[in-house]
Design a protein around this ligand. Sequence first.
Ligand code: ZN
Length: 451
Amino acid sequence: MHAARSRQKHTSRLSRSKSSSRSRSEAFLGIFSRMAALSTYSLRARYIFPIDRPPIRDGSITISQGRIVAVGCEPNGECHDFGDVAVLPGLINAHTHLEFSRLARPLGRPGMSFPDWLREVIRWRDATPPQDWDADRDSAIRQGLEVSRRCGTTTIGEIARLPWRGIEQRYESMQGVAFLELLGLASARYDELFGAASEYVEARRGKALSPHAGLSPHALYTASPKLVESVAALSARTRTPVAMHIAETREELELLREGSGPFREFLDELGAWHPDLVPLRSTALDYLKLLAKADRSLIIHGNYLSPHEIEFAGRQSERMSVIYCARTHAYFGHDRYPLREMLDAGVNVALGTDSRASNPDLNMLSELRFAARHHQDIPLETILRLATSHAATALGMAATLGTLTPGKQGDFIVLPVSPHEPADPHELLFDSAQSVQQVFRSGAQIHTTNI
Ligand SMILES: [Zn+2]
């Protein structure tokens, strides 16, 4: 208590105020937003979690012109003491589809078969008149971005639907990668889809546009091997990341192996099955090998990757990542997720929420806490990396994001923590129901509550 009081003498009174009036919060937001671009300031917290080194007790982070310039125990310049809080990197959601962000609850019911859930998705889409599709989608994306920001997610790996023109406006405030979704198995669709992919990437090449361009042949059952191969070559040539849903369900692997089963029935219903385009006895490994030729690839889900396929992904971990969507995995009642096996094999596993069509919210802190509860054999320190350093690597943004390291962008979040001192400080983040109090991007405060 005494130490805290003497520290307070040297710090901003604003930061210690317990008043939660709206005008005070707004004033605080304004001060940090304005000072961010120009000035140097430090924040002091009970714990700083840099990720690339152990947590620092009574630590500080110093920001100058939007970048981190120091992390440690000695603040530089004006220091705002935030008291009993943890400061950690802005969270990164490596996989979502924001177009579903207006759903009040997931579609279908827990434990349902995946093809049946896809039927629900189609029914939901068909319920909206075509003339309202664009406005509905844009409004859902805005809502998803706003909610993500408030929950401490500063960077997103988003699956963006065609058309690609207008993506900068649609995702105006988003930092991350907009993976253009390429969906269509028929050979007649190949030219159209690959043409759109090439135009999208070329139009943005060499330009510092946000979000960055990415490509997403949707899944094994909706994108032909020829399209995946061409996209991987385009990715290698233009240094564009590629995301693809792979080994999400047993039914999907049965379709590849046998050309039959519930997925086949579903595709037949839609008139979308093209047996000549998916060679019989294919495996997920065939697609992993195609994607290994890309500059960078994200294997979305990987729920049913075999040990051999996990080893393969582990050997490519600098350029290939697997994205674990923990609560979506649980929603469908899949077999135990092989997270331990993946991490042991050196796979770069990152965390994503997937969409509101299979997850109750887009909160990455909830996703992290859920993953920790369901994988108690994995240290909390490792779990935290799945939504920070590993996720930055997955999206190809590790040079600037994912850890609190001098030289990187000033993206961080402030989380209130309880006053007790657990043996592992990470428990303060995970054994807690506290939500994010403040969010900073490039040193500017972009969200605050209860100051
Ligand atoms: Zn997805």
